[in-house]
Design a protein around this ligand. Structure first.
Ligand code: DX5
Ligand code: ZN
Length: 221
């Protein structure tokens, strides 16, 4: 069986108690902390930056932090996030003028690098950079907000990306973000994903362990 990673998006956490919330999901069995960075320019919302990432590290979070940049420009914030303790940094290629350079910049700072595709963004951005990619994130909602519904056409796109990854022979993580719930996670895994971001599905429930355990059961089924 493939290794599946569950990455709660802290966008739906209680920001007044962020350290405790992150501890709680990790204790409940999460693998990775998904950290949504929105700038009210590339996407219509404003969230958190490197200071909050560093605060989580200072608080004692040792799990991988997956920084999803929804910002423009991209390059200027990459070193700041690397310094703040990011483990993985993904960005939207249409937000960067030089995709190849940004991927290299992220890797030069010691983080895993990945591209994020909006629902309508074509996959051709993968051409010529597969050797510089550690992860590919497919958005299954339009970015900006938690709590939206999964866009079904993402399943076909996932299958296509899975084929490209397999053909490359490289160990690239295929991540999906938006509207992931207990009742669709299995279909998403069958389409080829191995890392699952879930915000509202986890944080809007009183018992994080119960949801994460149910998700794992679906993945094992
Ligand atoms: C949306 C963010 C997602 C979001 C997912 O722009 O990138 O990470 O928090 O939230 P849910 O799981 O509620 O769709
Ligand atoms: Zn995200």
């Amino acid at each position: 069986m493939r290794d599946f990673l569950i990455a709660p998006s802290i966008l739906s956490a209680d920001f007044a108690r962020l350290g405790e919330e992150v501890d709680a999901v990790l204790t409940a069995g999460a693998d990775v902390v998904h950290f949504d960075v929105m700038d009210n320019h590339f996407v219509p919302n404003l969230t958190i930056g490197p200071m909050v990432c560093k605060a989580l590290r200072d608080y004692g979070v040792t799990a991988p932090i997956d920084v999803h940049l929804m910002v423009q420009p991209v390059d200027s914030i990459v070193p700041e996030f690397a310094k703040a303790g990011a483990s993985m940094i993904t960005f939207h290629p249409e937000a960067s003028i030089h995709t190849d350079r940004t991927l290299q910049l992220i890797r030069d700072h010691g983080c895993k690098a990945g591209l994020v595709f909006n629902p309508a963004t074509p996959l051709h951005y993968l051409d010529y950079v597969m050797d510089k990619i550690d992860m590919i994130l497919l958005m299954s909602v339009n970015p900006g907000f938690g709590g939206q519904s999964f866009i079904p056409s993402t399943l076909d796109k996932l299958r296509e990306v899975r084929q490209r990854i397999d053909a490359s022979g490289r160990d690239i993580i295929l991540e999906v973000d938006g509207g992931v719930k207990t009742d669709n996670i299995r279909a998403i895994a069958e389409a080829g994903a191995d890392m699952f971001v879930a915000g509202s599905a986890i944080f809007n429930q009183p018992d994080y362990k119960k949801v994460i355990t149910e998700m794992r059961a679906e993945l094992a089924a």
